[in-house]
Structure formats: C-alpha cells, structure tokens
Ligand binder design. Structure first.
Ligand SMILES: NC(=O)C1=CN([C@@H]2O[C@H](COP(=O)(O)OP(=O)(O)OC[C@H]3O[C@@H](n4cnc5c(N)ncnc54)[C@H](OP(=O)(O)O)[C@@H]3O)[C@@H](O)[C@H]2O)[C@@H](O)CC1
Ligand SMILES: [K+]
Length: 531
C-alpha cells in the first residue's frame, strides 16, 4: 500500500526529530535520495553522471535546501551544477555546501528570467526545488516567469531534459492536488518521508510523473494515511479466491439492473465485466429486448423481467445505460438500494437515489456526474471545479451522501464517508472509451458480491469495516485499469475496446493474484509426503 499525507501531517512527523536537532540530517537524507534517483535514472538510460549538467531552480525554504544539497552530491559525482536562486535568500548551510562543491549560482533578482530559463532548459537534468510543503499558493513574480519559460522551452524541446520535482512539483498543493499555474511538469517526483496527497490526486498527479518515496526516518511518527493506493501485493492479498468446495451461490451472485431499449449494450458490457471478475452467477433484470441481447452475448447470465424482491443475490449493480425516462428500470434501481444489500450505482441511477445512503452503496460518477450530484445536494461546484480539486470533491460527495463515491478519471479516487480515500492510477488513457465504465461497474459489482461480507479479509490489512466498500471499489478500479493496460499492451500499445477490457480481466486477475496463489499451493503441498 502506498500511503500519502498532507503537508501538515508530514511536518508534524518531522517535529520530534527537528526538536532533537536532526533537521540537517533529515535534509541530507532527502537530498541523498534525490541525488541517487537522478543517478539511477541516468544509468537506466545508459547515461553517466560525469560532465552532465544539472540546474536547480531553488526557493528560499527547506525545499530549496534539499535541492542545493542534492546538487552538491551530484557535483561530487562529476556533474556540472548551476543553481538559480529565486528568493532573496537561500538555505545558508545548503548554499554553502553547494558552493564548496563547485556549483555556480545565479540570482533571479536582477537577471532577466528568460536568459536563466534558456540556460536551465539546456541542462541534462532540471531539479524543481522552488516550493515544497511550506508553499502558500503558487509561484509568484519572477519565479513564476522563470518556471513558465522553462516549461515552455522544455515542452518544445523533444524531451531531452529530465525534470525531477523535489518533494512535489512547485505550484501543486500538497494537501489537495490543486494546481496553481505555472507548474513545471516533472518526469519524476522524489518525495520525502511519505507521498503527499497532491501527488496521488488529479490535477496534481498530471504534473508529478513517476513518484518515488524516499524514507528519511520520520515514518514511525506519521499518522494513519489520508490517501492510500493499493499496489500489486495488496491486490494479491485482497482479491477473493473460491474455497475448495465453493459453489456458484457461495461464490456470490450479482443482480444487474442495467441497460434500456435505448442503450442495450451497457447491460451486455456490465454483465461481461461481472462474469470476467470471478462472480459465481449473474442475474439480469431488464426489458425483454435487452434481456434477449444479454442472453445471446452472455449465455451464462440468468435473465428475468421480474422485480428486485424476487431475486436472491449478494449485491446489485444498477444504472449503467439507463436514463430518466426508463421508469421501470429506475424503480428496480431504487428497490435494489432499498434492499440494504451492497450496491454499485452507476450513470442513470445516480440522480434517482435517495439523498442519504450507507457506505455499502458505491456511486461511480465521472466528473460531470459528480458535479451534478453535488449540485443536487446544494453545492455550487461545476465540472471545472470538480476537475480542479478532485480530492476535495469526491470527499465532499461521500460526506454529504453517506455513500462510498468513486470518481472515474486518469487517477480514480474512491472516498469513504469516514474521509479515507483510495487513489488508483493503473490504467492507460485508452480506457477512456465508450462502455469502459459499464465494464468497471460490472467488476465492482462482482467484487461486492464476492467479498462484501468478508470483513476479516480487509481488517487484516488495517481497513476498517465501513471503509472496506471503498477498498473493494479501489480493487475493482485497479483490476479494470490493469486489464485495460494489458489489453492495450497486447495490441502493441494501441487502442482498446470495452469488450477488450472485459476479455483481458481473467488473465489480469490471474497475474496479480500469483502471490496469494503460491501461498495456497504451499499450504496444499502438505499432501505431498503422502505420495
Ligand atoms: N522540515 C525539515 O527539516 C525537512 C523538510 N524537508 C523539505 O522542506 C520542505 C518544506 O520546507 P519549508 O517549510 O521551508 O517550505 P518550502 O516548501 O521550502 O517553501 C516555503 C518557503 O517559500 C516561501 N513561500 C511560500 N509560498 C510561496 C510562494 N507561493 N511563492 C514564493 N515563495 C513562497 C516561504 O517564505 P514566506 O513567504 O513564508 O516568507 C518559505 O520560505 C519540504 O517540502 C521538503 O522538501 C525535507 O528536507 C525533510 C526535512
Ligand atoms: K518542489
């Protein structure tokens, strides 16, 4: 699990060590981590350090200090280092170390930013160390002009310069992921002690590149993370596996209320997603014409035109491919939510739900649908506001509805009403294709049916019972994203269709659950001595 924190949480964790006079030690550890990341990156591209150039855009606080120390370490490896000081002062010890190591210093004060930007953009490596967790708002004045100019030059340069953000890209809010332009997009962010929330939420994540967390010794003082990301090891532990004597009912039955005469394909894709995500059985409820299509595409699905109350299931999927005019389907969606069973509610069901929900109801809006949901709840956020602050918006929607809210996007965020958030970025932009969301709803529905009651599986991983619904949704998003990536990989990195995502789910599941499978094999191997 990758854990992320607010800037305040990280600063509080640093306090006991700062009080013991270890501030400089922490900074040197951070700087070592940054310098090593640069060296490793160059090595991985077959490039050395000797004679290569580094330019450090340096702020007046400790973030600038990290950058200057890192550049001193790189100078000791033979790199030609230049610092552009953007403030009237700079961290004194780090600046002294930098100058001792032979670094050249330019001061932005009094020099035309354009000339300094041109020099920085010619460097092999640019380190963005202007603002870190102590930032208030975005870059201002000549620092903003400098960074905008470097960003523009690099955008047109064909990507020869490697940009590393020190702790976080300057101008990205550490707590929320909001972006205050200009921001220099990084290829890599080396972040210290723990990831910052803003690196795992859009739009901040757009600027962070890859994120590397460097431990600096404050970790034991960090609180519970406010944002978490499931990694492959978590997936391996959390994905359910059928018991030896499982039958289709014990493995979980998902009821699907999706599709309409206008959008019948959504029902098919939701069912295909669910079937490919390990559920024991799918029951489909909907108009006869749609049920016929579902039967043809997925003969495994049991179709009926009956009511929610007539169907015994462990979880419901409602809403994909439904609109406000599909009254019978919407009534089924409301009945499903009224049943008290876990529900994934997508698309057309979102406007039809009661205002107050429980965390076992997982809503899956995209940004436009989330803005509409918030507006129905009396908030003023429009789509642009949601996109500018995805973390705050998804948390607010969860808090106001009491449901678990999954916001689909390049970074998918899932908020539990407790405020806990999961952030997954496993996919590829090719996943933005019609029907992809229907497959995702199917996957999440399948996982709710299989694992919704398995409180122990999640509490073993430190997930509170009411937060497990968000963890299940995050698991679904991760699986869906990886399946989409794998489908694209098998098309040599080309496009994928929603059906292609569903087709690649079983193999993706198999691959990511290898760890827990090998655990099972080990347990079964007790039988071997009997042979
Ligand atoms: N604590 C530690 O020992 C460790 C900390 N670490 C590192 O320290 C970083 C946090 O350092 P920090 O707290 O010094 O703040 P930082 O982000 O450098 O910038 C704030 C400075 O800039 C100024 N400023 C603020 N906003 C501004 C703006 N919009 N535009 C322009 N200027 C602005 C503000 O000055 P002010 O305006 O308040 O006078 C202040 O001086 C953290 O991200 C990590 O990299 C690691 O080394 C581990 C050990
Ligand atoms: K920075």
């Amino acid at each position: 699990m990758i854990s992320a924190y607010t800037g305040t949480q990280v600063r509080q964790a640093e306090e006991p060590l700062l009080a013991s006079g270890l501030g400089d030690v922490l900074m040197q550890r951070a700087a070592h981590g940054l310098a090593n990341a640069v060296i490793r990156e160059r090595r991985s591209r077959g490039l050395g350090t000797y004679g290569a150039s580094v330019s450090v855009l340096t702020g007046k606080g400790n973030n600038g200090g990290d950058g200057l120390y890192a550049a001193s370490f790189l100078a000791a490896r033979g790199m030609r280092t230049t610092a552009v000081l953007t403030g009237d002062t700079a961290h004194p010890q780090a600046l002294a170390a930098f100058e001792r190591a032979g670094g050249r210093v330019h001061r932005l004060d009094g020099t035309a930013p354009a000339a300094l930007a041109a020099e920085a953009a010619r460097a092999d490596v640019v380190i963005d160390a202007v603002l870190g967790t102590g930032a208030k708002g975005g870059l201002r004045g000549s620092a903003a002009v400098l960074v905008a100019a470097v960003a523009e030059l690099l955008a047109g340069s064909g990507g020869q310069t490697f940009v590393v953000a020190c702790d976080l890209p300057s101008g990205v809010d550490a707590d929320t992921g909001e972006v205050f332009e200009p921001v220099l997009p990084a290829d890599l962010t080396v972040t210290f002690g723990g990831a910052k929330n803003g690196l795992l939420a859009d739009p901040g994540a757009d600027y962070a590149g890859r994120v590397l967390v460097v431990p600096i010794g404050i970790e034991e003082h960090l609180p519970q993370p406010s944002v978490s990301r499931l990694d492959e090891a978590d997936l391996a532990r959390l994905l359910p596996h059928p018991a030896r004597r499982a039958h289709k009912y014990s493995r979980g039955v998902l009821g699907v209320v999706a599709g309409s005469v206008d959008y019948p394909g959504a029902a098919v894709l939701a069912c295909r997603g669910a079937l490919a995500a390990g559920v024991g059985m799918v029951r489909y409820l909907g108009p006869p014409q749609v049920a016929d299509l579902v039967r043809q595409a997925c003969p495994e699905v049991v179709c009926s035109t009956g009511s929610v109350a007539d169907n015994r299931v462990q979880a419901w999927l409602v809403g994909s491919g439904m609109g406000p005019e599909h009254h019978e389907q919407l009534q089924r969606a409301r009945d499903a939510v009224g049943s008290g069973l876990p529900v994934v509610a997508d698309a057309g069901a979102l406007p039809a739900l009661p205002e107050t929900l429980g965390p076992h109801v997982v809503l899956t809006p995209h940004t436009g649908e989330l803005a509409s949901l918030l507006q129905r709840l009396g908030r003023s956020e429009d789509r642009d506001a949601v996109e500018a602050g995805t973390l705050a918006a998804v948390r607010r929607a969860s808090e106001l509805t009491g449901g678990t809210v999954l916001l689909k996007g390049a970074t998918t965020l899932v908020a539990a009403p407790s405020g806990d958030v999961f952030s997954q970025a496993d996919g590829t932009p090719w996943l933005a294709t019609a029907g992809s969301g229907d497959v995702l709803a199917g996957v999440i529905g399948a996982l709710l049916a299989q694992a919704g009651n398995d409180v122990g599986r999640f509490s073993k991983e430190g997930v509170e019972p009411d937060v497990r619904w968000a963890a299940i949704a995050a698991l679904g998003a991760a699986l869906h994203g990886k399946a989409g990536r794998s489908a694209s990989d098998s098309n040599a990195g080309g496009p994928v269709t929603a059906g292609g995502i569903a087709d690649s789910l079983p193999q993706t599941w198999g691959k990511v659950s290898t760890l827990s499978n090998s655990g099972l094999r080990k347990r079964n191997s007790h039988t071997q001595p009997l042979r």
